[in-house]
Design a protein around this ligand. Structure first.
Ligand code: C2G
Length: 130
Protein backbone atom coordinates (compact mmCIF):
# COMPACT_ATOMS: atom_id res chain seq x y z
CA UNK A 1 0.00 0.00 0.00
CA UNK A 2 1.47 3.34 -1.10
CA UNK A 3 1.13 5.84 1.75
CA UNK A 4 1.06 9.61 1.25
CA UNK A 5 1.41 12.35 3.88
CA UNK A 6 0.79 16.07 3.84
CA UNK A 7 0.92 18.81 6.49
CA UNK A 8 -0.98 22.00 7.18
CA UNK A 9 -3.33 24.09 9.28
CA UNK A 10 -6.35 23.65 6.97
CA UNK A 11 -8.32 26.44 8.65
CA UNK A 12 -11.67 27.59 7.15
CA UNK A 13 -11.47 24.68 4.73
CA UNK A 14 -11.77 25.74 1.07
CA UNK A 15 -11.46 24.21 -2.39
CA UNK A 16 -7.73 24.92 -2.53
CA UNK A 17 -7.34 22.54 0.40
CA UNK A 18 -9.69 20.01 -1.22
CA UNK A 19 -7.69 20.17 -4.47
CA UNK A 20 -4.39 19.33 -2.81
CA UNK A 21 -5.94 16.58 -0.68
CA UNK A 22 -7.54 15.06 -3.78
CA UNK A 23 -4.27 15.24 -5.75
CA UNK A 24 -2.25 13.92 -2.80
CA UNK A 25 -4.55 10.92 -2.39
CA UNK A 26 -4.30 10.20 -6.12
CA UNK A 27 -0.54 9.72 -5.66
CA UNK A 28 -1.07 6.60 -3.54
CA UNK A 29 -3.59 4.41 -1.75
CA UNK A 30 -3.70 6.04 1.70
CA UNK A 31 -3.47 9.70 2.76
CA UNK A 32 -2.39 10.84 6.23
CA UNK A 33 -2.97 14.51 7.00
CA UNK A 34 -0.80 15.98 9.74
CA UNK A 35 -2.78 18.97 10.98
CA UNK A 36 -1.15 21.73 13.01
CA UNK A 37 -2.19 21.91 16.65
CA UNK A 38 -3.29 25.28 18.06
CA UNK A 39 0.00 25.45 19.98
CA UNK A 40 2.09 24.77 16.85
CA UNK A 41 0.08 27.38 14.97
CA UNK A 42 1.37 29.93 17.48
CA UNK A 43 4.91 28.94 16.40
CA UNK A 44 3.79 29.45 12.79
CA UNK A 45 2.40 32.86 13.76
CA UNK A 46 -1.00 31.62 12.65
CA UNK A 47 -4.21 31.97 14.64
CA UNK A 48 -6.76 29.57 13.23
CA UNK A 49 -10.46 30.34 13.45
CA UNK A 50 -11.35 26.69 14.08
CA UNK A 51 -9.72 24.77 16.93
CA UNK A 52 -7.50 21.77 16.26
CA UNK A 53 -10.32 19.37 17.21
CA UNK A 54 -12.74 21.01 14.77
CA UNK A 55 -10.16 21.19 11.96
CA UNK A 56 -9.35 17.51 12.59
CA UNK A 57 -13.01 16.42 12.48
CA UNK A 58 -13.62 18.41 9.27
CA UNK A 59 -10.60 16.78 7.60
CA UNK A 60 -11.68 13.30 8.76
CA UNK A 61 -14.99 13.78 6.91
CA UNK A 62 -13.23 14.22 3.54
CA UNK A 63 -13.33 11.16 1.27
CA UNK A 64 -9.66 11.64 0.22
CA UNK A 65 -8.39 11.59 3.82
CA UNK A 66 -7.72 8.27 5.57
CA UNK A 67 -6.06 9.43 8.79
CA UNK A 68 -5.56 12.74 10.61
CA UNK A 69 -2.75 13.13 13.15
CA UNK A 70 -1.35 16.17 15.02
CA UNK A 71 1.52 18.32 13.79
CA UNK A 72 3.16 19.67 16.95
CA UNK A 73 6.56 20.93 15.74
CA UNK A 74 8.79 21.53 12.71
CA UNK A 75 11.06 18.59 13.58
CA UNK A 76 8.64 15.67 13.47
CA UNK A 77 8.54 15.03 9.70
CA UNK A 78 11.44 12.55 9.51
CA UNK A 79 10.12 10.51 12.42
CA UNK A 80 6.58 10.73 10.99
CA UNK A 81 7.78 9.20 7.71
CA UNK A 82 9.09 6.19 9.64
CA UNK A 83 6.24 6.11 12.17
CA UNK A 84 3.49 6.12 9.50
CA UNK A 85 5.51 4.13 6.92
CA UNK A 86 5.21 6.94 4.35
CA UNK A 87 6.23 6.60 0.68
CA UNK A 88 5.31 10.07 -0.59
CA UNK A 89 5.48 13.50 1.10
CA UNK A 90 3.32 16.16 -0.58
CA UNK A 91 3.09 19.94 -0.04
CA UNK A 92 1.85 22.91 -2.03
CA UNK A 93 4.57 24.60 -4.05
CA UNK A 94 4.60 27.65 -1.80
CA UNK A 95 6.90 25.28 0.10
CA UNK A 96 8.95 24.38 -3.01
CA UNK A 97 12.40 23.17 -1.93
CA UNK A 98 11.79 23.59 1.81
CA UNK A 99 11.43 19.88 2.44
CA UNK A 100 13.97 18.45 -0.06
CA UNK A 101 15.92 17.07 2.91
CA UNK A 102 13.17 14.44 3.16
CA UNK A 103 14.18 12.99 -0.22
CA UNK A 104 16.50 10.49 1.48
CA UNK A 105 13.46 9.09 3.34
CA UNK A 106 10.64 9.21 0.78
CA UNK A 107 9.48 10.77 -2.47
CA UNK A 108 8.91 14.56 -2.13
CA UNK A 109 6.34 16.18 -4.41
CA UNK A 110 5.30 19.86 -4.51
CA UNK A 111 1.93 20.49 -6.12
CA UNK A 112 0.75 23.77 -7.65
CA UNK A 113 -1.31 25.85 -5.25
CA UNK A 114 -4.89 26.59 -6.28
CA UNK A 115 -5.09 30.19 -7.45
CA UNK A 116 -7.33 32.93 -6.04
CA UNK A 117 -8.24 31.33 -2.74
CA UNK A 118 -6.63 31.37 0.70
CA UNK A 119 -7.76 31.39 4.31
CA UNK A 120 -6.09 34.79 4.74
CA UNK A 121 -8.13 36.21 1.83
CA UNK A 122 -11.36 34.76 3.26
CA UNK A 123 -10.68 36.41 6.63
CA UNK A 124 -9.86 39.73 4.93
CA UNK A 125 -12.99 39.65 2.78
CA UNK A 126 -15.21 38.74 5.74
CA UNK A 127 -13.73 41.51 7.89
CA UNK A 128 -15.01 43.99 5.25
CA UNK A 129 -18.62 42.96 5.94
CA UNK A 130 -20.13 45.42 8.40
N1 C2G B 1 -2.90 25.13 -0.44
C1 C2G B 1 -3.11 25.05 -1.83
N2 C2G B 1 -3.80 26.02 -2.44
C2 C2G B 1 -4.31 27.07 -1.74
C3 C2G B 1 -4.10 27.15 -0.35
C4 C2G B 1 -3.40 26.15 0.29
O1 C2G B 1 -2.65 24.09 -2.48
N3 C2G B 1 -5.00 28.04 -2.41
C5 C2G B 1 -2.11 24.06 0.20
C6 C2G B 1 -0.83 24.58 0.85
O2 C2G B 1 0.20 24.72 -0.12
C7 C2G B 1 -0.53 23.48 1.87
C8 C2G B 1 -1.94 22.99 2.25
O3 C2G B 1 -2.85 23.49 1.25
O4 C2G B 1 0.18 22.42 1.23
C9 C2G B 1 -2.37 23.51 3.61
O5 C2G B 1 -2.28 24.91 3.59
P1 C2G B 1 -2.11 25.68 5.00
O6 C2G B 1 -3.14 25.20 5.94
O7 C2G B 1 -1.92 27.14 4.73
O8 C2G B 1 -0.72 25.05 5.47
P2 C2G B 1 0.57 25.80 6.02
O9 C2G B 1 0.19 26.81 7.02
O10 C2G B 1 1.36 26.18 4.82
O11 C2G B 1 1.26 24.63 6.87
O12 C2G B 1 4.79 21.85 8.27
C10 C2G B 1 4.11 22.41 7.17
C11 C2G B 1 3.08 23.40 7.61
O13 C2G B 1 2.22 22.84 8.59
C12 C2G B 1 2.27 23.84 6.40
Amino acid sequence: MKKVITYGTFDLLHWGHINILKKAKALGDHLTVCVSTDEFNKLKNKKSYYTYEHRKSILESIRYVDEVVPEENWEQKISDITKYDIDVFVMGNDWEGEFDFLRSYCEVIYLDRTKNISTTQIKKDLSMIK
